[in-house]
Design a protein around this ligand. Structure first.
Ligand code: PPS
Length: 301
């Protein structure tokens, strides 16, 4: 019988290289193989992240910008498929003749299909908060992880070792951070989006294309205000159950708390220190460890 105090994972194999990718436990080899067949198209927009770093928020913002303020209706995965779960067939069913196809993925960089004209928007978040959010993620998605009695401390140990989905946060961020200056990559912080949604939304629109940027500003920035409002935490939390149709307990909404620093309520001082050492070890060589220096409230207790 599975140990219900830790998440269950599926170890799926790259059909060519034989490398292993860690998926939530209820996924099968066919999902991984289908994902790897997808060929990126020139006008695709990839929303890339490690889990729980603000992906859904970013997806919603991109959608609102591309669709001139028209909201996502129903399950977000129907409009914005997830590469590793929905695969080649579902992605190719999306009609991209009017609007670019938007693709969500948590895959490590080298598994993400590349096209020189496609756009890649990466979002990250401080790993202490991402870990806490991941705890509630696993607790809420019993069908994926089969861990009704999830133990926070055990999950923490797995998280810092990278023994969690998609091989963990730390290498994921390192690889994407090194790619951040390429012209078709935009690298964002969850915390920047929290502090300055207007500035970050304009930055995203500019990256998507001059026409999107300009249309946000016409009529005194009417569309910009609408995008800010419809991607706000309160609006998205109200729509949470509709956006994410996979069942979750009512007490654990997918759009949960949406704050900076919730780790203060969960991590022991020893766990906090372990994270800090890891951030230094993994983030100092490429420089991503200083990403949050401008946000005093991220690390303060
Ligand atoms: S997933 O499952 O990996 O795609 O999750 P992801 O969307 O990356 O991250 C979920 C966390 O993002 C928070 N969230 C938001 N915060 C602020 N504003 C808005 N609009 C918003 N939308 C989603 C969500 O609440 C999760 O964070 P926590 O800390 O658990 O609340």
């Amino acid at each position: 019988m599975n140990d219900k105090t830790v998440p269950t994972y599926a170890y799926l194999k790259h059909p060519v290289t034989g490398e292993i990718c860690v998926y939530p436990g209820d996924f099968e080899q066919k999902h991984c193989e289908s994902a790897l067949q997808y060929k990126a198209k020139p006008n695709d927009v990839f929303v890339c992240s490690y889990s729980k770093c603000g992906t859904t928020w970013l997806q919603n913002i991109i959608w609102l910008i591309l669709h001139k303020g028209e909201q996502i209706r129903g399950d977000i995965r129907k409009q914005i498929p997830m590469l590793e779960f929905d695969g080649d067939e579902k992605l190719n069913q999306i009609d991209d003749s009017k609007f670019p196809r938007v693709v969500k993925t948590h895959f490590k960089l080298k598994w993400v299909p590349q096209h020189p004209k496609a756009k890649y928007i990466y979002i990250t978040r401080n790993p202490k908060d991402a870990m806490v959010s991941y705890y509630y993620h696993c607790k809420g998605f019993v069908s994926h992880f089969d861990c009704e009695d999830l133990d926070f401390n055990k999950l923490f140990d797995l998280y810092v070792k990278g023994d969690v989905e998609f091989w963990g946060y730390f290498d994921h961020v390192t690889e994407w951070y090194q790619k951040r200056n390429e012209t078709n990559v935009l690298f964002l912080l969850y915390e920047d989006l929290k502090v300055d949604p207007k500035g970050e939304i304009l930055k995203i629109a500019e990256f998507l294309g001059k026409n999107y940027f300009e249309s946000l500003l016409v009529e005194n920035g009417k569309l910009l205000q609408q995008v800010i409002q419809d991607s706000s935490f309160s609006v998205m939390q109200t729509a949470s159950a509709e956006l994410i149709s996979l069942p979750r307990p009512k007490s654990l909404p997918f759009i949960r708390k949406g704050v900076i620093g919730d780790w203060n309520n969960h991590l022991s001082s020893e766990q906090s220190k372990i994270m800090e050492e890891l951030i230094k070890e993994k983030g100092d060589p490429s420089g991503w460890s200083s990403l949050w220096d401008k946000h005093e409230n991220v690390w303060s207790i």
